[in-house]
Write a protein that binds this ligand. Structure first.
Ligand SMILES: *Cc1c(COP(=O)(O)O)cnc(C)c1O
Length: 229
């Protein structure tokens, strides 16, 4: 067993423990391996351990890595996306977690149509003023309505990042709030929104307890990130 394999198993064990505290089945929780800043070789090693879903937060980095790695990898774009990079993003990403404006939504819908693609999207919601991106809760219903109407996008749910805070109860409250907002949208729009993308290396435990279906875990799997490279 190599290091990645060991970390992956330990993570899955903790996810199962968190799920058990609230009576959830951990089989319904996906781990997205966040590979930003890590080289293609690290991703290949994870791939060789059976991992197929990877998250990148920059379009440029995704476009550099994806062509050098196996074609059956499912790439998720999780970082802020500028509308002028929408086409490049759709070239490589099957999922976009960070849709946070009408302008971006409309552009993704139009370009996906031109490309004959049907990407899965999540709407990113801002859980606190420390977060740089995400739609405010007040503007979420309007954006969600537009997402439902977008013919070329598969609207799957919501994503958030917990506010920067030391207190796990604050993270948990932010995650609970996202789940409740999702439940309300399912009611008002009359559609299923099965995915809640929430929880990272430091707070996935609380996210799983609150109902996360996708946890986005980077450093816990790949090690410390060096932003200078
Ligand atoms: C980097 C990143 C993650 C993973 O962060 P870790 O703390 O390394 O697990 C998750 N989500 C987003 C949006 C990120 O940018």
């Amino acid at each position: 067993m190599n290091d990645f394999d060991e970390r992956w198993r330990a993570l899955r064990t903790e996810i199962a423990a968190a799920a058990q505290t609230v009576g959830r089945n951990d089989a319904e929780i996906q781990v997205l391996a966040v590979s930003k800043t890590f080289p293609a070789s690290a991703i290949q090693q994870a791939y060789d351990c059976g991992v197929r879903r990877f998250g990148e937060n920059k379009v440029q980095e995704l476009a550099q890595k994806a062509p050098r790695l196996p074609a059956d990898i499912e790439w998720h774009l999780i970082g802020h996306l500028q509308s002028n990079k929408a086409a490049k993003a759709l070239e490589f990403a099957a999922w976009i977690h960070s849709v946070d404006s009408l302008k971006l939504l409309e552009r993704l819908d139009r370009i996906a149509g031109d490309m004959g693609k049907h990407p899965r999207i999540l709407l990113e919601v801002n859980s606190g003023e420390s977060a740089k991106s995400g739609v405010d809760y007040a503007d979420l219903p309007e954006l969600a309505q537009a997402a439902r109407a977008a013919a070329n996008l598969d609207f799957r749910g919501l994503m958030t990042m917990a506010p920067l805070d030391e207190n796990p109860a604050v993270w948990r409250a932010a995650f609970d709030k996202l789940r409740i907002a999702r439940d309300e949208l399912e009611q008002s729009l009359g559609i299923r929104l099965p995915e809640l993308s929430m929880g990272m290396s430091g707070d996935f435990y609380q996210a799983v307890q609150a109902g996360a279906t996708i946890v986005r875990v980077g450093s816990r799997l790949f090690g410390h990130r060096d932003y200078t490279v």
